[in-house]
Design a binder for this molecule. Sequence first.
Ligand code: PEP
Ligand code: MN
Length: 293
Amino acid sequence: MNPHWNGQFSCFDLVARNDEQFRTLIRIRDIVIGDGHFVVMAGPCAVESELQLMRTAEAVASAGARILRGGAFKPRSSPYSFQGLGLEGLKLLAKARAATGLAIVTEVMSPEDAPQVAEYADIMQVGTRSMQNYALLEALGRCPRPVLLKRGMTCRLEELLESAQVIALNGNPEIILCERGIRTFEIATRNTLDIAAVPVLKAVSHLPVIVDPSHAAGLQALVPVLARAAVAVEADGLLVEVHPCPEKALSDGIQSLTFDQFRSMMQDLQPYLALRAKHPEPLPELVYAGGSA
Ligand code: PEP
Ligand code: MN
């Protein structure tokens, strides 16, 4: 998909926007993702213990999050890092949902795990390292749960949409796209947040698009400002890491917000959300301009 995108998208036609009006809405009980509201998903990188998860769930719910995130199966780059609590983690997530009313998003790493994760999760997360795991995408196509598809850290937007197409082609049209930063030559941040991905994806696809500022920034201090950028570009929501004691987190503590930081970030976003509700930005028209970039 070059910048002069010419509207030819047979490789992802099921998820491509062709009718100006039609947009996919994801409904989980009374939560709607993709209808113009901003839905915040927050919680720890990994489920570590009942106390950690329950405290976080209560804190993020009272600050306005609607969905609790937390990995039970963790794909870690190092085999020596914490790999997650597995089934026990899923059970704790279900307990937190029962206690707070939050919906649950959690990662699924393999096609074999999909039925078990689907028993507990409201949304199935595909991590950056799995975006092109076609067996997993096919299994999620047959799964009766919406899928949160994170962009591969070295993948192009066209490839992200091709992966979404695999899920849709196998029977599941309920897909949320997530920009979580990509690998570039810049190392001042953990990844480079490709903020333009949001308007581009929303212009060429009818799927909702959210932003994960935590994995993009890799640093607590940058998360709120990237979240603000997500609001400004009309993202449909956020996926944010929050931990009761980030310095003791078993994974991704450096980029996890404390409860206070999360609460202030949510308050800080309110005027920007009000402004965007008043003056929604029209989607850019990406039309073929001829020639090369
Ligand atoms: C996560 O959400 O904790 C995670 C592992 O994200 P990503 O797949 O984007 O690295
Ligand atoms: Mn993480």
